[in-house]
Design a binder for this molecule. Sequence first.
Ligand code: NAP
Length: 290
Amino acid sequence: MRILIIGAAGRLGAALVREYQDKFDVTGFNHAQVDLSNFDQVREKLDSANFDVLINVAAFTKVDLCEVQPEEAFHVNAEAPRLLAEICRDKNARLIHFSTDYVFDGEKREPYTEKDEAKPISVYGASKLAGEANVLAAGGDHLIVRVSWVFGPDRTSFIDAMIKHAQENEKVEAIADKFSAPTYTLDIAQMLPCFFNSNADGGILHFANVGECSWQQYAQWALDCCHRLGVSLKARMVRARKLNDMANWIARRPVYSVLSTVKYAKLSGISPRAWREAVADYIKRFYSAK
Ligand SMILES: NC(=O)c1ccc[n+]([C@@H]2O[C@H](COP(=O)([O-])OP(=O)(O)OC[C@H]3O[C@@H](n4cnc5c(N)ncnc54)[C@H](OP(=O)(O)O)[C@@H]3O)[C@@H](O)[C@H]2O)c1
């Protein structure tokens, strides 16, 4: 199986390359090698490449910057995926395109299923939703995988920022009124091969570690795990902040964006592990020796 990964130097992309390099014939393109805003370059690179599955994890992911650069956001997050889907269709290859929980408005109070209507409240969310629609409209055997609150060792994310903050400061705060589920890049990398050949009915699949939490609960669990492993911290407790306190945010974010993994469990026969277990595993692997 020949796998091509676009966005190979990002948080998820680097994890996919690492996990697949000994199992598949993998090629990874980073931003400099394939720039999704340069369609001629994309066509040229992909026309000369041979692959069975193209995984696109490249995206304009800076949520606030998308608000001020909407044209670029739609170009990279919506128009480029259309081009990728058309190229894959013509080459008889499968596109697996990653999307986000931010396609939802956050008004629900129970996990969002693949059948729930997506109503984004930010340019980022709208551009990613348009990308999904463009991929599905291109025809071909493509799959959209929506994930939430992605963390892993290849690029710092919320959890790493919280741990660093707690190592350097006595006071740590995190938002207590915004909920989703952290998702480990390793778990995404391990679940995906199950979908290299077969499609998920309807073309959209949600994947996240199981359960839900606020950012405060997520950060508190990370500090608890660090403490248990003997990682030295100046702060042990995470105090609550409110979403409304985030005056410097430009984009609106959904207050509740937990993704249901019922469909995934039905198709794969496996339930993702709980987010607390995944976070504890990550901290044990990457913080206990520090
Ligand atoms: N991180 C999360 O919490 C989260 C949550 C839900 C969904 N997702 C989705 O999951 C996927 C992977 O996200 P991630 O966490 O791995 O994000 P990431 O670390 O920001 O990686 C995105 C990658 O895309 C590259 N990129 C940006 N603009 C590009 C362009 N025009 N052409 C080519 N490459 C470009 C970036 O390169 P540079 O850094 O060099 O710009 C980066 O390597 C994305 O589709 C994202 O929307 C992420």
